[in-house]
Design a protein around this ligand. Structure first.
Ligand SMILES: C[S@@+](CC[C@H](N)C(=O)[O-])C[C@H]1O[C@@H](n2cnc3c(N)ncnc32)[C@H](O)[C@@H]1O
Length: 303
């Protein structure tokens, strides 16, 4: 890796950390430590008795660990939030921050297979020690399942055709690298929109490889349980399905958005919305950091 490449530029940094309503002696969780941008901002606001646990399932994030007595790094999937809080003797927390998806580091590291810009093994696992790779998926899933992934997670209109092309090509030769894969799918896209469409295909595979929707659902369910009354849930999403789950959880108390009403017809929900309108980066931030373009921030307070 090139040492001069920045690991990740934090998105909506001030807006999200302000939303956590940090008290110097509170206990906080950063579910997605990454380059540690948000964690450093949180630690800067902590004092005596303050504590921050930072999760990341990617071992590479360990290189960014902050040397601070208030900080504990947890190399794990955030779906195990409750297990690790128990392990570290933390009963409940004052705020949880999640900045979902992958970091710039993932796209910049050729060997990880996240980017269609470089040739590398078609891997895409955030946790290199577990799970199936993107190559496993394109070589083994049946046509319908592949089409579903491209449609659901990539919102690709030609998802069926894409799946059919892959099935046909893999009968001749195993798909191992990003180059192998691009050779198969590129003819499906016009020059003009090629980059956008390829990004969607790669995003869809990445979401499936890392079971991102399942992990998010489990984490949100755990978050409701471990937040103190008055505690904040702060989430930045980059995908419409993720945003819908977060919005549903904050409004209705479950990711499906099933509304439960009391005898008087009042909505029974564990959260009160802090921002009713979603917060997005301003033009200045987007110009500085184009990756922030699709970010959506939602903040809710536990009742
Ligand atoms: C958008 S980046 C976060 C960047 C971070 N806020 C910063 O300022 O550098 C998302 C990070 O979360 C990690 N991640 C994504 N899903 C995860 C999960 N289910 N469990 C643990 N870590 C996860 C990724 O490995 C990545 O490092």
């Amino acid at each position: 890796m090139n040492e001069n490449v920045i690991y990740h530029v934090p998105v909506l940094l001030k807006e999200s950390v302000d939303g956590m309503n940090i008290r110097p002696d509170g206990t906080y969780v950063d579910m997605t430590f990454g380059g540690g941008g948000h964690s450093r901002e949180i630690l800067g606001r902590l004092g005596d008795g303050g504590r921050l646990l930072g999760f990341d399932q990617d071992a590479d994030a360990e290189n960014n660990i902050v040397n601070d007595e208030h900080f504990t790094f947890v190399r794990s999937n955030f779906r195990y939030l409750k297990n690790f809080l128990r392990y570290y003797d933390v009963e409940s927390v004052d705020a949880i921050l999640a900045d979902l998806g992958v970091s710039s580091h993932h796209f910049d590291d050729v060997d990880r297979g996240f980017s269609f810009r470089f040739d590398g093994k078609l891997d895409m696992r955030m946790n290199k020690r577990a799970g199936i790779t993107a190559a496993d998926i394109v070589n083994t899933y049946d046509e319908e399942k592949l089409a579903d992934i491209f449609y659901l997670y990539g919102e690709l209109k030609n998802s069926r055709k894409l799946a059919a092309f892959i099935i046909k090509a893999r009968a001749d030769k195993q798909i191992e690298t990003t180059e192998d894969f691009l050779e198969i799918i590129k003819p499906l896209f016009g020059r003009e929109r090629e980059k956008k469409e390829l990004a969607k295909v790669f995003q869809a595979l990445r979401i499936e490889v890392n079971r991102e929707m399942d992990a998010l659902k489990e984490m949100l369910n755990a978050a409701v349980e471990v937040l103190k009354p008055g505690g904040r849930l702060v989430v930045i999403t980059y995908h419409s399905l993720e945003d819908r789950m977060v919005k549903n959880m904050m409004k209705a108390g479950n990711v499906e958005g099933k509304e439960d009403k009391d005898f008087f017809g009042n909505l029974m929900t564990p959260f009160k919305l802090v921002n009713t309108k979603v917060i997005v980066p301003n033009d200045d931030e987007i110009a500085r950091n184009p990756r922030s373009r699709s970010a959506k921030l939602r903040i809710a307070e536990k009742k």
